[in-house]
Design a protein around this ligand. Sequence first.
Ligand code: LAC
Length: 289
Amino acid sequence: MRIAEEFASDVVLIDIASGMAKAKALDLEDARNIRKINYTVAGSDDISLISGSEIVVITAGLTRKPGMQREELIQKNASIVKELCLSIKKFSPDAIVIVVTNPLDLMTRLALKTLGFKSSKVFGMGPTLDASRFANLIAERLNIPVSEVDAVVIGSHGEGMMPLPNFTTIRGLPLEQFMDEQKVAEVMAGTVGRGQEIVSLLGSGSAFFAPSAAVADLVKIIFKDQKRTVGLSACLSGQYQANDICIGVPCRLGREGIEQIIELPLESKQAQAFLNSAAHLKELAEKYL
Ligand code: LAC
């Protein structure tokens, strides 16, 4: 809905549950008259409808149940993502593919390998959401407008998530000037645990409003060729001393996808934590994918 409203564009929803995507498409189009926007949304279980799409967003897959880690979804979601990517390759070979399915970094790597597209055109939405959560918790704690916070999160979209206080600023000043170490540690932990907090409260399913805002923002950056720097799960080839692994890093994004991976000068402890997170992902990828 956010994408259709913002671009008044053609959106196709695909779901394996026959009727589900169609029902949502009808419901979304029923809102057009009230919203005074002439978007079109189609819904189907026939994936050939994505033919010629410029951007494909993969959200299909199971979500966590309370108490589960994202990585426990690996095998079931891998088969779903793989099958989808074979269809995307066939019907939309020029698309930019944004992966949202968990475990995010591993599904992004699997998508990239199955699609065989350039690594600049296949990436995961995760760190964008994580940074928004970090900014939200900081703003709440300091009682300031959330728009004044510029937050940076890297690492895996999982337990290896790394909110970076030393690269996070408020009106251009480092976070540490506004909060003591203890409070910084609390908002960092709150950020890492936010997805799980929502899963536990919901009881079934996981967060969707903030993830949808993050996806819509990425789609906007691409369509408008804004070249903004955002956190993405990108496939690294030497950056941050990691190889053949997709993980959250700041990227400059534009019409052609990732234009540049930004290498932050991490503190040595952070660099080590990042490498540990990357090594853990690689181990899982080699074991299961
Ligand atoms: C979350 C899920 C979508 O972080 O990974 O809420």
